[in-house]
Design a protein around this ligand. Structure first.
Ligand code: FE
Length: 137
């Protein structure tokens, strides 16, 4: 079966500013970064689905989350490659790969090539961009 295609949506930032916390808004819509070891999910091990806090798209599963030691929630892959778009980010004098939600274009974090097997990638995300939907127990 083919992966469903993600259709981009427009985001109303005025509505969003009322719904999100200031930090969630700054991270998702202004490509901010939460301080390490301060976010809601950096050390979370609860089984479930991590969704985009802005548009609810399922982005990551807890079984691909691992302890990277970075202080940010880290995953070795998204639920499917079409969930996240990758962009070159040359801010702060570094060349990094920015990850954004494929549906609402919100900033999620960055991807680094120092992750564990099987992908060798580290999706270094901001808790502020995510919402955990815990599995039913
Ligand atoms: Fe989104």
């Amino acid at each position: 079966m083919d992966e469903p295609t993600i259709s981009p949506i427009e985001v109303d930032e005025n509505e969003l500013q009322e719904r999100l916390s200031p930090e969630q808004f700054e991270v998702t819509r202004r490509a901010g970064t939460e301080r390490a070891f301060t976010g809601t999910y950096w050390d979370t091990k609860t089984p479930g689905l991590y969704r985009c806090v802005v548009c609810d798209l399922e982005l990551f599963r807890s079984d691909t989350k691992y302890d990277s030691g970075s202080g940010w929630p880290s995953f070795w892959e998204p639920i499917s490659p079409d969930r996240v778009t990758l962009h070159t980010d040359s801010s702060y004098g570094m060349i990094r790969t920015e990850a954004r939600c494929a549906r609402c274009d919100s900033h999620l974090g960055h991807v680094f090539p120092d992750g564990p097997r099987p992908t060798g990638e580290r999706y270094c995300m901001n808790s502020a961009s995510l919402e955990l939907d815990p599995d039913e127990s």
